[in-house]
Design a protein around this ligand. Structure first.
Ligand SMILES: [Zn+2]
Length: 144
């Protein structure tokens, strides 16, 4: 089994049993992201306390890649400050755009590294970045 197979397996596993797919009552941040080219519609909700993300979850529907990506992202955001969240998002987007290729730098992404090979499939890139772009925009609106 090569690395690509393992990555695919993690994506399939996440899309079958997504984490954090639920409603958050009274979220501090909430924003819906839509990817019309595939039909993915994912709403990200975040609970913040003392500047730290206490809870992150999503609702909506989408393809396996968009759901796996939202599952992995919301999992990763627990306990992060908004600034840390922004950094993680920009590293993730940099990885997908192949602007960041240094594995040592990408290590911080943990499980999200499994989505790296999506950059080889241009049609699926929007699916992979949807949740991340949506949270990035929600944080930007909150900070400005
Ligand atoms: Zn999709």
């Amino acid at each position: 089994m090569d690395l690509n197979d393992i990555y695919t397996e993690v994506i399939v596993e996440h899309s079958r049993s997504v984490k954090n797919k639920r409603v958050i009552e009274n979220p501090d941040l909430v924003l819906e992201g839509i990817n019309p080219s595939c039909g993915d519609e994912i709403k990200i909700a975040v609970k913040i306390s003392n500047g730290i993300i206490q809870d992150a979850a999503f609702t909506g529907s989408g393809c396996a890649i968009s759901l796996a990506s939202a599952s992995i992202m919301t999992d990763m955001m627990h306990g992060k400050t908004l600034k840390e969240a922004q950094e993680l998002i920009s590293i993730f987007l940099g990885m997908i755009k192949r602007e960041i290729t240094d594995d040592a730098l990408l290590e911080i992404l943990g499980e999200a590294i499994v989505l790296k090979n999506i950059s080889n499939m241009p049609a699926r890139v929007k699916c992979a970045v949807l949740a991340w772009h949506t949270l990035q925009e929600a944080i930007r609106q909150e900070i400005e």
